[in-house]
Design a protein around this ligand. Sequence first.
Ligand SMILES: *Cc1c(COP(=O)(O)O)cnc(C)c1O
Length: 420
Amino acid sequence: MTPGLPIATGSCGNLESGGCPSPRSTFSGSRIKQIRSTADLAIHGAPPAFDQPVHVGRPNLGDREAFLRYAGEIYDRRWLTNDGPLVRELERRLAEYLGVRHCVAMCNGTIALEIAIRALGLEGEVIVPSYTFIATAHALHWQAITPVFADIDPAIHTLDPDAVRRMITPKTSGIIGVHLWGRAAPVEALQAIADQHGLQLMFDAAHAFGCSHNGQMIGGFGRAEVFSFHATKSFNSLEGGAVVTNDGELAEAMRLMRNFGFAGFDNVIHPGTNGKMVEICAAMGLVNLDDFDNTVAINRRNHAVYRELLSEIPGISVRDYDHTERNNYHYIVVEVGPDFPVSRDRMVEALHAENILARRYFWPGCHRMKPYRDLFPHAGLLLPNTERIAERVLLLPNGSGLPDGAIAVIGEVMRVLANG
Ligand SMILES: *Cc1c(COP(=O)(O)O)cnc(C)c1O
């Protein structure tokens, strides 16, 4: 990739850096300028602040030697997949960490969602937010279940319980709440609605690993919660995911579904698919779990610096975390208000020109992506908060791979844009 060229979204066609070949194994770019006025901005022809792309969602990596030791064990055992010892150890440690009885590890978060949806017997219509990663909706649509989009609370970006109530029909079988940016969806209100209407409740907890709600770790709410351990998440297992639950029967059904329904040699007792996690992914999970407190400490420090630098700039805000809860501090969520002199999209352009690949998550909302726009062309009329927030939010890079100076550069770009 040519240094100096501003890079458009997804330089390798993938969403984030998780799948991109990086020219070097660690970031060795460095900032090459100060930004004091608009003339210093790369969108106005100045050289970019970084000569290599700075990604949102650059993977956090634990100890290399520990990972290689596990890789050696896998070689020695010749046990690569199919409920191997490292997968079992990871499941045991995750269940303990999250305070849940059962953890069923999967090959990724999307298959974990699909299997949980199937195990809960969801059908017909299921209420979900539109303001989420597309996989929440796809996991339903892929199984011929209609995702029905409910609006969010604009203050916290998670499902608005009143909006959920309005979307219930005789075909509704369940609700999937999303703990967006690691903040719990309104768990108690959604549970009350589910109980009142005889609906199943589960959560997409892909953002919320290591986060708590009312002091209880996320993972134990609803009938099941689903995590993603994708490379771009706060905790990763290369690719991976898990469903956690306190319901033993549900866990047993999901274990069968994840392995084609096999109950022993030559004996299939359940419909199923292939959702198995492989040993090398479990190895990365174990290494990263050991390092997770360190990752969170780095994220937390970065988040505090972002808050300090950007809070002085009128018209934008950096979403805070609830410091009475446990948080992973992974998501640096900026809202560009209507009074800011340039649009969110212009700000993203300005940052991309500096080689800082800020992202417009989750623009334009699932309901405006083609498969769902075709199904529900007028959904936006019922989703005013989703539409407004999706126009205003951008995500900034964080994590242990964040290069020195990146936060300062972002602060300078935004300050210059604020001053026109
Ligand atoms: C990442 C993500 C998923 C999908 O997880 P994968 O492991 O990438 O399949 C689902 N929902 C949300 C909210 C996510 O952020």
